[in-house]
Design a protein around this ligand. Structure first.
Ligand SMILES: [Zn+2]
Length: 283
């Protein structure tokens, strides 16, 4: 398994100054999360995280895009997008202002990488390696997508960007890459790039599991698939560490907790199966 490649393009020199400016601009302290009610370290406001993530997302996908590996198989793209549109429609019910987000899901053709990620503002990607190596059915795929959408809904990117900035990680990354040429990233976008490679805390994982399984159930996907998915992930981890587990640490109790949640979610799933399931446009 490979870890996600560090951004290959280089920062223009003024990036360092912009990064320092970012510290001053985005200081907003601790806030209470609108979805989870938990107090989060928020040096970066969610709106700043969203605009920074838009830039970081383009940057992160650029190498694969240049090689024609984004959405290269229309069949896979259609499958992933169809599920994402149903789950996003439920996310929008959860947090209505996210209807304004420019939701996007890219499929990265990379059979060796077992990974998926979400950035602020609903910018997401899934690697073909996670779909193929774990042989995901639609219900399991919906659990991954629901989990990633839940991270985005809960402003976990802004929280991790805050950690990156507070611990000077973004600056250190900048220093390590040295003199740069090409695309200039703002300091906040650099923090967003660092953040997507930082592990989520156990608290964030528990939040994303709980919200994700509910969104997927409401979108008509079987809740028991969540525990099955993490079982497959654990099996994979016995052979080689999937990248996904380095950013989404799996507590030992995860499958048991998800199985308990699945029972609670079953009525929501059954209700969704009885009616027609709405969709929300996703790029
Ligand atoms: Zn996670």
């Amino acid at each position: 398994m490979t870890t996600p490649a560090a951004p290959r393009r280089r920062l223009a020199w003024p990036g360092a100054l912009m990064l320092l400016a970012a510290f001053a601009l985005f200081l907003s302290g601790c806030t209470v999360n609108p979805v989870t009610g938990r107090s989060q370290l928020m040096l970066v406001s969610e709106s700043a995280a969203i605009s920074a993530s838009r830039q970081a997302y383009v940057e992160m996908l650029a190498p694969a895009r240049e090689e024609g590996r984004i959405d290269s198989d229309p069949r896979v793209k259609q499958r992933v997008q169809g599920i994402t549109e149903r789950v996003v429609a439920q996310a929008v019910r959860y947090r209505p202002e996210t209807a304004e987000w420019d939701w996007e899901m890219s499929v990265i053709e990379d059979p060796d990488t077992v990974n998926a990620f979400a950035m602020a503002g609903g910018k997401m990607a899934i690697y073909t390696g996670i779909i193929d190596q774990l042989e995901l059915d639609d219900d399991e795929l919906a659990q991954i997508i629901g989990h990633e959408i839940a991270h985005a809904l809960s402003a976990h990117s802004a929280e991790k960007m805050s950690v990156a900035l507070a611990s000077n990680l973004a600056l250190a990354t900048y220093a390590a890459t040295g003199e740069r040429s090409g695309v200039a990233l703002t300091g906040a976008a650099l923090a967003a790039l660092v953040a997507v490679q930082l592990p989520n805390s156990r608290q964030m994982e528990a939040e994303a599991d709980q919200i994700g399984i509910e969104l997927a159930a409401r979108a008509g996907y079987r809740p028991e698939a969540a525990a099955r998915l993490w079982g497959k992930m654990a099996e994979k981890a016995a052979a080689s560490q999937p990248v996904f587990l380095s950013t989404h640490p799996a507590p030992a109790s995860r499958q048991r907790d998800l199985a308990a949640l699945a029972e609670q979610m079953q009525p929501l799933y059954e209700e969704a199966r009885r009616g027609s399931v709405p969709t929300h446009p996703v790029r």
